[in-house]
Design a binder for this molecule. Structure first.
Ligand SMILES: [Zn+2]
Length: 458
């Protein structure tokens, strides 16, 4: 071989290697400064479409549906039924069998492992395992959790505590408030208010979600572990009034905010009135913030950390409305979640950039088996051989509840939508290497959890 050819070949090989390096670099871009992780609890594909039909009169219009990474995700738990694409679209009842709960699903996303239902930040053998919040803190990032349901409830708790029983709210709240280094927590569960936002001080306070003694310490502003590693405890600052949540975006300095709105279980989904009324028909509680307002305040607080942050935002009551098959309230909760995602996108584009921030929007599982009418196994399908049917929901135009029906009051093992944009987003596309005949490529929730650790390095 002529020496010149050798040289030319070497050049070609070098060129190819450089190309591979660049593309790998693009795929495995690391170190987003900020990660914003948004979870629509119980929100499946049809919940998204229902909200779009009501909001815009057409589907596919949500800001997150335009993201460069769009795929599906499996959500089954260690104690549940493994998702099987073939069975899922041949047996109408398959996805109803042994679905995950929110604790196991959130633990998979927060810690990168499959665990049992009810478990938080623990393996099936009850061994504590680090979560992405603790990982980000070890890298000097600020950390925050925002939810529309109680702050010590399953999803935020999986990012902030380690326990084998999600119902042990007092112990979980202790871990979050008294022991963690988390910089910001916002969520419901206020013991001095009821679900209509009325004070119960002259009646009976309800300490379901936080121990009375811990609550007194919170009220006195004297509780909170060392959040920034300087060896000095950092007490939480309690905010309750909507105005105080709104004021955070104009704050001139960081505050370790514990934001507990003046309402018991959840912002609006539990308010009085006809539970199955159309969206926005029943009187709204004006004294509590909305998810997008809490989220904007949280972003501004965490952005005081020059080294970046990790923020988890949960639209928790989508699940609660779906368990009760409340179409109107489910749409209300979805619209608030959609508005919160738009608020985050606006914030990234005005205060940060997609070159330094990763935004993920997904769900922990589907709730309510929401489908178009006349879906089902087919009348005596087992006898007549009638094919099961999964009909799409029917668009009835803007401000109209779509034609749809709930086929369960529980979670399902259905695949959920997954969207990502920004630094490191491509990484998740490469993980979607399994295929579903209806939803296409999909990744698994534990893979997502592990990838978050990989993406967030020094
Ligand atoms: Zn649920």
């Amino acid at each position: 071989m002529h020496p010149k050819n050798n040289k030319a070949n070497l050049k070609i090989v070098k060129g190819i290697l450089a190309l591979i390096a660049v593309s790998l670099g693009a795929i495995y871009a690391k170190n987003p400064k900020n990660i914003i992780f948004m979870i629509c609890d119980g929100g499946g594909y049809n919940h998204v479409d229902a909200s779009s039909y009501y909001e815009f009169g057409e589907s596919g219009t949500q800001v997150y549906e335009q993201f460069p990474v769009c795929c599906a995700m499996s959500t089954y738990s260690a104690s549940g039924n493994k998702y099987d694409p073939e069975k899922a679209w041949h047996d109408f009842k398959f996805v109803k069998k042994k679905p995950t709960d929110s604790a196991a699903a959130a633990t998979a996303m927060a810690c990168g492992i499959k665990t049992n239902s009810k478990f938080l930040g623990m393996t099936p053998l009850k061994k504590s395992i680090a979560n992405i919040v603790e990982h980000c803190e070890s890298l000097g990032r600020a950390t925050g959790l925002v939810t529309t349901v109680p702050f010590s409830h399953a999803t935020p708790a999986a990012f902030a505590s380690h326990h084998n029983n999600r119902d042990e709210y007092h112990r979980i709240a202790e871990q979050m408030i008294q022991e963690s280094a988390i910089d910001l927590i916002m969520g419901c569960g206020h013991p001095e208010y009821d679900c209509s936002g009325q004070s119960v001080l002259n009646r009976q306070c309800d300490y379901e979600y936080v121990d009375p003694h811990l609550w007194q310490l919170i009220r006195q502003g004297i509780i909170g572990a060392d959040r920034n590693g300087d060896g000095v405890d950092d007490p939480w600052t309690l905010i309750e009034d909507r105005e105080d949540f709104l004021a955070l975006k104009d704050a001139s300095e960081f505050m370790r905010v514990l934001g507990i709105p003046k309402v018991f279980k959840t912002l609006e989904q539990g308010r009085p009135g006809h539970e199955k009324a159309p969206p926005f028909k029943e009187t709204w509680i004006e004294t509590v913030p909305m998810l997008h307002e809490m989220t904007e305040g949280a972003l501004c607080m965490l952005d005081f950390n020059p080294d970046g942050f990790f923020l988890m935002v949960e639209g928790g009551a989508v699940d609660w409305a779906s368990h009760d098959n409340q179409s109107g309230r489910m749409i209300e909760e979805m619209l608030d979640f959609n508005l919160a995602t738009q608020t985050v996108v606006n914030w990234i584009e005005s205060h940060s950039s997609w070159e330094e921030t990763l935004l993920i929007v997904t769900a922990d599982h589907e709730t309510g088996y929401l489908l178009g009418k006349k879906s089902g196994s087919g009348l005596f399908g087992w006898l007549t051989g009638a094919e099961p049917r999964w009909r799409p929901i029917e668009n009835r135009g803007k401000n109209q509840v779509p034609g749809m029906k709930w086929y369960s009051e529980e979670h399902t093992n259905s695949l959920v939508p997954f969207y990502a944009k920004g630094m490191g987003a491509q990484r998740f596309q490469t993980l979607a290497d399994e295929h579903d005949p209806v939803r296409g490529p999909y990744l698994d929730n534990a893979e997502l959890g592990r990838a978050l650790f990989d993406v967030m390095q020094q």
